[in-house]
Design a binder for this molecule. Structure first.
Ligand code: SF4
Ligand code: SF4
Ligand code: SF4
Length: 332
């Protein structure tokens, strides 16, 4: 099939329309496919001691060892690309372990503060929350960010253009971009870009083999549990009732597959996190409570969708070009 300007524009428009279909709530279908084989993780903040004797907490180290084969190896030199004036290259900072990067999919927040007149130390392993109705997946312009029926939310690095829509719409801005890798290099390295977005994938490959996530098995304190989501949620609720405690992750962003339990209210914990002045520090995330899912707020969802369209639409156009070029080559 010959690529004409008209057919190209029509296909690009269709790609855009497909993305826009989420405005009617089509993206909620993924959440409705959840079954009893639905997994979750639970972080017990009364057990996590932050691994004080280690430079890198054991759960973080376990994640890094397990996922090293998945880390990006960018082509150097990385070019600046339009429309952005700079690129994101973490390949020279692979050792960073106190924030999320493409080479560090979990980190531990260490907090010290006074609560009810007592000095408190608390340590919080952070990572993707694997939301029930993830905006990062629903709003991905290419459909390469999937909510698996078992719970994990997984980005396919082979189809990602690194437009970063997933990070924009994630309430915690979890996914992190590495430039110099991915499909854009084959399609239009001088005119589009991004790279690929990376984040925790709940070790879905280990789960598929009957195992458990590496951070869970690495923790010497047994502070992270993995298992059936309904059972872990019930465990969290029972624990909170018996200990006058609190749960995070059950209602935030409409529900997630990552729970946290604590004897200190998460409002207080979030205040302590914000006191570290993390705002404006990408990769270091808050713990805001009761945040609504943008997909359940049509006006904000539309606003968010329209606010960051350039890379997505450009990437949709490139994707369309590639598909049509493929058709063309095939027929030739
Ligand atoms: S926490 Fe963010 S990146 Fe993870 S599933 Fe939810 S919306 Fe997506
Ligand atoms: S579940 Fe796997 S990918 Fe996610 S933080 Fe734990 S070890 Fe890393
Ligand atoms: S969750 Fe376990 S391994 Fe991670 S910092 Fe806490 S105690 Fe250490």
């Amino acid at each position: 099939m010959a690529i004409t300007r008209r057919s190209f524009l029509i296909r690009t428009a269709v790609s855009g329309a497909a993305a826009a279909s989420i405005l009617s709530g089509a993206g909620k279908a993924a959440a409705q496919t959840l079954s009893s084989e639905n997994y979750a993780m639970l972080h017990d903040l009364t057990k996590c001691n932050g691994c004080p004797h280690l430079d890198t907490p054991a759960c973080v180290a376990g994640c890094r060892v397990k996922n090293m084969p998945k880390y990006p190896e960018p082509q150097q030199p990385i070019k600046n690309y339009w429309p952005q004036k700079k690129f994101e290259d973490w390949s020279h900072k692979r050792d960073l372990n106190d924030r999320l990067t493409p080479y560090n999919w979990t980190y531990v927040q260490h907090l010290e503060f006074v609560h009810n007149g007592e000095e408190v130390k608390i340590h919080i392993p952070r990572k993707c929350m694997h939301c029930d109705n993830p905006p990062c997946s629903t709003l991905c312009p290419f459909g390469v960010n999937d909510k698996l029926p078992e719970g994990p939310v997984v980005i396919n690095p082979n189809g990602c253009f690194g437009g970063g829509k997933c990070r924009d719409v994630c309430p915690w801005h979890i996914p992190q971009r590495q430039a110099g890798v991915g499909l854009y290099l084959q399609v239009a390295p001088d005119y589009a870009g991004g790279g690929v977005m990376y984040k925790c994938d709940m070790c879905h490959d280990l789960i598929a083999d009957g195992g458990q996530p590496a951070c869970v098995s690495s923790c010497p304190q047994g502070a992270i549990k993995f298992g059936d989501k309904a059972e872990l949620r019930q465990y969290a609720k029972n624990w909170a009732k018996e200990n006058n405690g609190y749960i995070y992750g059950d209602v935030e962003n409409g529900g997630t597959s990552n729970f946290y339990i604590s004897k200190i209210p998460f409002e207080v914990i979030n205040k302590a996190i914000l006191a570290q002045d993390i705002d404006g520090q990408p990769g270091r995330i808050n713990m805001a409570v009761n945040m609504e899912n943008p997909l359940n707020m049509p006006d904000k969802m539309l606003g968010g969708f329209l606010m960051a369209p350039a890379a997505g639409i450009l990437a949709a156009a490139i994707s369309t070009y590639q598909i049509m070029k493929g058709d063309d080559d095939h027929e030739d």
